[in-house]
Ligand binder design. Structure first.
Ligand code: G4P
Length: 528
């Protein structure tokens, strides 16, 4: 094999998704610890602790005045080159969180064993499922009281309509947590809580034949429960099927405790083995092989710098094929221009570095003087590659925004358009009026504050913001003249985006159902 295909095939680019507090930050950090990218894990949210979580990128951003949220951590482990994409899941949950999943080849879903599936897990899962990427499940916090593993698996299967395959099986939970049974190796990893979790540890392994150890570490009651449960899982569960895993139809499930470093190393090894390297992506209906020597990449995220001293933006590219070379000129398809990508950067563990080369599967961040849009492609000169399909996701919060100072029309329009272009907000207008009032939709409420802050600091515009009662938005393919005659509830609002697409804003699911039921043939889409 050539050097290029060697490099690409050893890449594993994935996102970790979870509902806040399930343990995404902790698991990320422990993967870095076991991957050798960091020597010691910080206390994740111990605010008094001197060390901050390495993956707390928002905090890093504040400290350094640079924008690296939703970027990527790269490190080498066991011959693999690993890219972990951060998907902000806290109050800064935004469309970026979704878009980041467009750049990932697989996803790791962290679930709190006491809580099961939570709202944000649900939302993020559906984006992964839409892309048919492999989804690995890490059921965390077994050191606390947990729901029955059977219950958790059933919930995953029922809600997400996928198969599950437990790679290991927990022995007890909470105070009674004794370890996990590794179904592949047919051995037990014994859990002992005795350390702070900041350094690597290796759990004791022993076989099912080692009766003396089993008695001592696990005890006869839990052992007989384990034997019964394994029999059930072996008999009634799905069969192991690598193809189904790699197509996102079967999710391998791992139990563990990220905080106590338990099950993390086994998870990392198994995940790397089972998941996929970068796969072909479609350009104009034709799959483009990652090992195709011609470079191509698309923008999945644009991050404006919140620091006023640096008004630049960073565009994040996912490389889809070939090798990137810093010295080379490439073709910006949508801009119709040849260019060099200025100051290409990668985040290596916790350091940012300007890089000379990168390969398909990698993410690079480049300084953007305002020329790139979400979804844009850059490729080899003389080629015309276009990766479509970065969808617009439905915002969930809406507000009407107007400027306070009537003199500042130009600044207001420029500012709000640019911020929308970066994809931080979506903007709509009433087809009957102009830009005096703008309907703004966001995925996470924090984006409203970001908008207000940025309009003020970057464009000198103060705004008034009126929350609107809408909760759901749907794109619709109906002629403008026909929209007026649709039978809709009186609180449904017709708006247009700035490409002229027609949309409806609804205050509830009930109103959406009304629109569907009263207007036969109408097609409403939640994702554009
Ligand atoms: P997130 O990024 O998904 O939001 O979760 P994060 O890793 O920050 O973890 C959320 C909390 O859960 C943290 O507690 C963390 O220490 C704890 N946690 C993570 N993994 C485990 C685990 O395996 N076992 C247990 N028992 N706890 C775990 P915190 O915010 O520091 O404190 P608190 O929320 O407990 O007060």
């Amino acid at each position: 094999m050539s050097k290029l295909s060697d490099e690409i095939n050893r890449r594993r680019t994935f996102a970790i998704i979870s509902h806040p507090d399930a343990g995404k930050t902790t698991l990320t950090e422990k993967l870095l610890l076991y991957g050798g990218a960091i020597q010691q894990a910080g206390a994740v949210k111990g605010k008094a602790a001197a060390r901050h979580a390495v993956s707390d990128w928002m905090e890093l951003e504040k400290q350094r005045g640079i924008s690296i949220t939703s970027s990527v951590m790269q490190f080498e482990y066991d011959g693999y080159c690993i890219n972990i994409l951060d998907t902000p899941g806290h109050q800064d949950f935004s469309e970026d969180t979704y878009r980041t999943l467009m750049a990932a080849d697989s996803a790791v879903m962290v679930i709190d064993a006491a809580k099961g599936i939570e709202p944000q897990t649900r939302k993020l899962f559906h984006i992964c499922a839409m892309r048919h990427i492999p989804i690995f499940t890490f059921i965390n916090k077994l050191d606390r009281e947990a729901r029955s593993p059977f219950d958790l698996m059933e919930e995953l299967e029922k809600e997400f309509q996928i198969g599950t395959y437990p790679m290991n099986w927990p022995i007890g939970c909470g105070h009674d947590f004794k370890g996990i049974y590794d179904r592949g190796e047919k051995e037990i990893l014994s859990y002992q809580q005795f350390h702070s979790g900041t350094e690597k540890i290796s759990a004791d392994h022993f076989s099912l034949q080692d009766k003396e150890m089993l008695d001592e570490r696990i005890g006869s009651r839990l052992l007989s429960v384990l034997e019964e449960e394994i029999e059930l899982v072996d008999g009634a569960g799905y069969d192991f099927d690598l193809e189904a895993i790699q197509q996102g139809l079967l999710s391998p499930v791992y139990f563990g405790s990220a905080l106590n470093n338990f099950g993390v190393e086994q998870f990392l090894k198994s995940f790397l083995e089972l998941t996929i390297p970068p796969l072909p992506r479609e350009s104009g209906g034709v799959p483009k092989e990652p090992t195709d020597p011609d470079f191509s990449a698309f923008v999945f995220k644009i991050q404006a710098n919140m620091n006023k001293a640096h008004r630049d933006r960073i565009a994040f590219f996912r490389i889809c094929s070939g090798q990137f070379d810093r010295e080379k000129e490439y073709w910006h398809v949508q801009g119709g221009k040849a260019l060099r990508l200025p100051q290409p950067q990668q985040l290596m563990a916790s350091d940012r570095a300007v890089i000379d080369h990168a390969y398909a599967g990698d993410i690079i961040g480049v300084f953007d003087p305002g020329i790139f849009h979400i979804g844009d492609t850059v490729c080899e000169k003389g080629m015309n590659v276009e990766y479509g399909g970065i969808p617009s996701f439905a915002p969930e919060h809406f507000a009407l925004v107007e400027r306070i100072d009537t003199m500042k029309r130009k600044q207001f329009e420029k500012g709000i358009m640019q911020i929308a272009q970066e994809g931080a907000i979506q903007i709509f207008h009433d087809p009957h009026s102009g830009m005096e009032e703008v309907y703004v939709g966001v995925v996470g409420n924090l984006q409203f504050e970001v908008l207000e802050y940025r309009l003020k600091t970057e464009y000198g515009v103060d705004i008034r913001r009126r929350p609107l009662p809408y909760e759901l938005i749907r794109w619709l393919d109906v002629e403008e003249s026909a929209i007026r005659s649709l039978n809709l509830t009186s609180d449904t609002k017709w708006v247009q985006d700035f490409k002229g697409n027609n949309l409806l804003l609804f205050t509830s699911g009930w109103c959406v159902d009304w629109a569907v039921n009263k207007n036969p043939g109408i097609v409403l889409r939640a994702v554009n």
